[in-house]
Design a protein around this ligand. Structure first.
Ligand SMILES: C[S@@+](CC[C@H](N)C(=O)[O-])C[C@H]1O[C@@H](n2cnc3c(N)ncnc32)[C@H](O)[C@@H]1O
Length: 210
């Protein structure tokens, strides 16, 4: 597995564009063993109330980002979504908010999706918040790479900002990669990217088949 370029990004340069819808809170509240993948310094689980007996794990390749926010609640694990240090069916609820977009090469995201199919227990939830592939979007149309649909190079805006390859997803790609799940919810909305481009975000909720 190659080293993720996100390992060395400064916490301040990590973008945080996607805000979950209110319906996610209800799902997270009833979780007993949850995992937030690619949390950076801002976990989507922040919308939940006092954790009670819930166990929550936060995972990111960038240790500095997780450490930079002392109010993040949960056991912090420095690790890579492509090779997760958890057993099969460990979690009843897994969230992946704006992290799959960081996996632009097929070999990277195939590995990550295999892990997602593996770690969620039967009837458990997987929430994916990410960006939709829009071949007609003028900001991205000419930047999408030919060899990998939806992948593009994201340019830095300020000195010190990270530049990275990113990927926008089609719903068909997600559904076919998440073949251990049934999709229960899907919605889109417009947002502004870190670099100010209009972009379509989506939220998808999957339930692990028995
Ligand atoms: C765009 S940020 C999103 C952060 C947070 N989830 C949010 O919504 O604000 C992407 C995060 O994914 C992390 N990341 C990128 N590649 C990763 C990988 N292969 N494994 C785990 N985390 C990764 C980055 O370090 C970064 O914190």
């Amino acid at each position: 597995m190659n080293r993720s370029p996100w390992v060395d990004a400064s916490p301040q340069s990590i973008p945080s564009t996607l805000r979950p819808s209110a319906w996610l809170q209800e799902i997270l509240e009833v979780s007993r063993v949850g995992l937030d993948l690619g949390c950076g310094s801002r976990s989507v689980w922040d919308i939940t109330s006092a954790p009670g007996s819930r166990k929550l794990y936060l995972l990111d390749v960038n240790k500095a980002a997780m450490v930079s926010n002392p109010s993040l609640w949960g056991a912090r694990v420095c690790g890579d979504i492509r090779q997760l240090p958890f057993g099969d069916g460990t979690f009843d609820t897994v969230t992946a908010n704006a992290v799959l977009t960081a996996l632009s090469k097929r070999s990277e995201y195939v590995a990550a999706f295999a892990e997602l199919n593996r770690i969620v227990m039967a009837d458990g939830h997987l929430y994916v918040g990410d960006f939709l592939y829009e071949p007609t979007n003028s900001a991205y149309r000419l930047r999408y790479l030919q060899e990998e649909r939806g992948s593009f190079y994201s340019e830095s805006q300020h000195p010190g900002d990270i530049s990275y390859f990113a990927k926008h997803w089609t719903l068909e790609e997600l559904d076919s990669m998440l073949d251990s799940f049934d999709r229960k919810k899907f919605g889109t909305r417009q947002a502004k990217s870190r670099t100010g481009h209009q972009v379509t975000c989506f939220e998808a909720l999957y339930v692990r088949k028995r």
